[in-house]
Design a protein around this ligand. Structure first.
Ligand code: SF4
Ligand code: F3S
Ligand code: FES
Length: 261
């Protein structure tokens, strides 16, 4: 009797469609419009096909164009420069234009940054908060010689110093560090890591005529460096990887040395 040779089922042919099948993303967005207070805050789910190189900016734009024109969110540069697209991605502050969907699960949440005034859905008014903080800290160059037009004549400075200033100048005022900070949530006037970084940057600037004492007086209270509880959320989430923990520690040490603490 002939042995029966089992025949293996042929491997399923890999069709181009099967190999390139897009993941279906389910994006839950926290929605609330302060102009329509009768509608409670609620989660709304949208579905889009994932695509190579897709960012949250692309996904949200697709949703707005094809599914829901009322969805509010902010983007300007799409390149991590303007700082306007920060939001909570699975609860963590991040720039949406620099967040790739491939780095997220097939289901994730988007919510507006806390602390800042809500405009609607994912759009918040970081500009208002930043302006208030900058005014409290007088966070602009106070010229030593006001007769020099800095727009026409830059003072010479050593390349190392210019590099150090440039490093801290990379802040895009996105607000991620503020949203990640427990103190900022409790103290409305806390200047946040972004404000402390501005003071650290101005202190380095040879064009600014203020003394160390002048600078540290601006941040030497509970709305400044003494309000910071070293939670370090700011340092963890800054999309520009600014050395925020180092700057805050530096300001504290200088204040102790100057006897301001
Ligand atoms: Fe954004 Fe970093 Fe600037 Fe904070 S310090 S506002 S996280 S770029
Ligand atoms: Fe906040 Fe950063 Fe200090 S998270 S408490 S500013 S170390
Ligand atoms: Fe400008 Fe994201 S759109 S930083």
């Amino acid at each position: 009797m002939n042995a029966v040779i089992p025949i293996k089922p042929a491997a399923a042919a890999q069709t181009p469609a099967a190999t390139t099948m897009a993941r279906r993303l389910r994006i839950k967005v926290l929605r609330y419009n302060p102009a329509l207070p009768a509608i409670d805050a609620h989660w709304q789910a949208y579905e889009v096909d994932d695509a190579p190189g897709m960012t949250l900016f692309i996904a949200l734009s697709e949703i707005r164009e094809t599914q829901d024109a009322s969805l509010q969110f902010d983007f300007v540069c799409r390149a991590g420069i303007c700082g306007s697209c920060a939001m909570l991605v699975n609860g963590r502050p991040a720039l949406a234009c620099r967040t790739l969907t491939k780095d997220l699960g097939s289901e994730f949440t988007l919510a507006p940054l806390p602390v800042f005034e809500l405009i609607g859905d994912l759009s918040v008014n970081t500009g208002k908060w930043m302006r208030g903080m900058s005014e409290r800290l007088q966070a602009w160059v106070h010229q030593q010689d006001p007769t020099i037009d800095l727009g026409r004549l830059e003072a010479r400075m050593e390349p190392e110093l210019a590099d150090a200033i440039y490093e801290l100048d990379r802040c895009v005022e996105c607000g991620c560090c503020v949203a990640a900070c427990g103190t900022a949530r409790m103290r409305p006037d806390f200047v946040g890591a972004v404000g402390l970084n501005k003071i650290a940057r101005l202190r380095l600037d040879p064009r600014d005529g203020r003394s160390d004492d002048d600078f540290y007086e601006l941040v030497g209270d509970d709305d400044g460096v003494f309000g910071c509880m070293s939670l370090l959320g700011c340092h963890d989430v800054c999309p520009k990887q600014l050395p925020l923990a180092t700057q805050i520690a530096f300001i504290r040490r200088k204040m102790v040395a100057l006897g301001i603490s």
